[in-house]
Design a protein around this ligand. Sequence first.
Ligand code: ASP
Ligand code: MG
Length: 254
Amino acid sequence: MALIVQKYGGSSVADAESLKRVARRIVQTKRAGNDVAVVVSAMGDTTDDLIDQAISIDSAPPAREMDMLMTAGERISMSLLAMAIHAEGEHAYSFTGSQAGFMTDARFGAAHIRSVRPQRVRRALERGSVAIVAGFQGINADGDYTTLGRGGSDTSAVALAVALKADVCEIYTDVDGIFTADPRIVPSARRIPWINYEAILEMASCGSKVLALRCVEYAQRFNMPLHVRSSFSHRSGTLVIPEGFDASTLPNLA
Ligand code: ASP
Ligand code: MG
């Protein structure tokens, strides 16, 4: 049995219909015989909306309160997604960053993950449940909520995959993987079927923003295979893997 971490970005969980679609996909993966832990971003533009609200009240809000506010976005999506999975007939438990054991340093708004001790996530999986974890957040040594910086849920997903020793970390987005150019702008752009960490880091530093830089560095450090793919199709996306890795051993390929 494989253990798969799936991360769904804001565009994949933008509204109730999307949450239901994602829930069906998670349930399919589970019923195919895999253990599934999910990391979820805030719905659609929630994080931007929260920032706008804060700024409309205080032009320079305290960093601690900003992080307290921003972690609310992922709490909404994680609990609604757990409900959507329940409605599909499977058990799911949602966990905040702190419940999932994400310890960070104290840099509000740009915290670094220090350690991940996901005992509760592991227990949920052992009981046969799907575990849903709020991306982008953790707690510092004082017990205050922190966020990892914009786009940080990718890093949460890789960190969870490493801590759980998952077989693959699937990053779901709204395009079929990583392309030679943005396929929404350049129709002749080609999908890259697989690529190693070094090459993707070069692309990232050239301004391509398919994956957060820190997420790729984290995956590279622990040789965690990534599969960047669309939540709107069942095609294979782009595998980001160590040089020489046998990609055919990965679970849940199309
Ligand atoms: N919701 C956060 C953001 O919009 C984290 C993420 O999506 O990865 O930056
Ligand atoms: Mg987001």
